[in-house]
Design a protein around this ligand. Structure first.
Ligand SMILES: [Zn+2]
Length: 124
C-alpha cells in the first residue's frame, strides 16, 4: 500500500522551501512601487507561466505550465527568445507562434501566497 507520509528529509526540504518562499515574498513587498523602478530579471521579480490550453498546445509548453512559478533571474535561461510586452507581461516565445504568456505577480494577497507555496517544486 502506498503511504502518503513523506520522509523526514523531504519534510525538512519542504519547510525550507516554504521559508524561502516567504522570505522572497517579504522582499517583494519591500520593493519600490511598480513604475518607479521596473525590473524584469531580478530574483525578486516573480512570474507565472500561462499556456493556452487548447488542441494547439505543444508538449514543451504543457511542461512549462506544470512548473508555473518563475523567478526573474531564471527568465533568460528558460526563455532565451522571450519578448517583453509590457511591464507585467512577457511572451515566453518557447517556439515560433508560441502563445504562452508570463505575467508578473504584482499583489501578494493570501490566495497568491497560498498558490505560491502550493506550487513549490517537488523534490524527487
Ligand atoms: Zn507556448
Amino acid at each position: 500500500m502506498q503511504s502518503n507520509l513523506i520522509s523526514p528529509f523531504l519534510f525538512v526540504m519542504k519547510i525550507i522551501d516554504i521559508v524561502r518562499a516567504v522570505t522572497v515574498v517579504q522582499e517583494a513587498i519591500k520593493r519600490k512601487p511598480l513604475g518607479l523602478d521596473i525590473s524584469f530579471f531580478s530574483q525578486y521579480d516573480l512570474w507565472i507561466y500561462h499556456a493556452v490550453l487548447d488542441d494547439r498546445l505543444c508538449l514543451t509548453c504543457l511542461d512549462n505550465e506544470k512548473t508555473p512559478r518563475i523567478f526573474g533571474n531564471e527568465l533568460r535561461a528558460k526563455f532565451p527568445y522571450l519578448e517583453i510586452i509590457d511591464e507585467n507581461t512577457i511572451n515566453a516565445k518557447v517556439h515560433p507562434n508560441c502563445r504562452c504568456l508570463l505575467t508578473r505577480i504584482t499583489e501578494w494577497d493570501i490566495d497568491t501566497l497560498k498558490w505560491f507555496i502550493q506550487t513549490a517544486p517537488r523534490e524527487g
